[in-house]
Ligand binder design. Sequence first.
Ligand code: ZN
Ligand code: MN
Ligand code: MN
Length: 282
Amino acid sequence: MKIIIGAHMPITGGISKSAEKARELKFEAFQIFTRNPRGWKYPELKEDEVKNFLRASKGFSSINSHMPYLPNLASPRDEIYKKSFESLVEELKRAKKLQIKYIVVHVGSHLGDGLEKGKERVIKTIKEALNKVPCDCYILLENMAGQKNSVGSRFEDLGEIINGVNDKRVGICLDTCHAFAAGYDIATQNGLSKTVEELEKHIGLNKVMLIHLNDSKSGLGSGLDRHERIGKGFIGIKGFENFFKAKELIENRPMILETPISDYHEYLDDYKAVMSILSNIK
Ligand code: ZN
Ligand code: MN
Ligand code: MN
């Protein structure tokens, strides 16, 4: 079974450092923020930076970016909605320059305005952004943890958005922590087969292009987005042992760790945990 594992790498000291660090850890894949994830502003990507990144990231099988946190593609507030659209366009442009294939996007929150209207807004923004930036980049909608007013925590809704946009450059990033928190019990055999069934029914497994591999600090169906180190949370070693049995999901699919670490070397502990769990089920 071909397994591809990587992690969300820091860009401290320049974006090319992320690739160097991922290589140091012997990862085959990684994910970055191409700018400060907690702000609206973004510095211009300098030619040198781009060149360095392209050199440093050669040979990885999967390079991904994650949109900043502030944009809300489902926002009923015009100003935020417009800024969010511009932010997505900017991310597509950056991904194009950096030759990043997948951009992970949080679908957003309708802020009480209703799920249906929220979905419509998301469809419209993504369509327009993709039209504005011709590239080989994909926008991957990340399933949400089920927070109040969130738009993308049910597979039905994500499927509807994908159909609404109707562009092959849209797919799904499945976050294990978010799925679990939203009530998809990937930690048990029954729960997992139901989850895979629903994924297939509403979205299609071929649309799942990336996995975020995180344990959960909060319980099944809690609606809370709290990542935990692999094996240390409510999914646990046994839960991941179960999840990894879904070969149709994990084989050949890049799996990115977004576990809470204070130094990137600590990802190696998560990596070891994953490999040890995998070796138990083979
Ligand atoms: Zn995310
Ligand atoms: Mn995630
Ligand atoms: Mn999260």
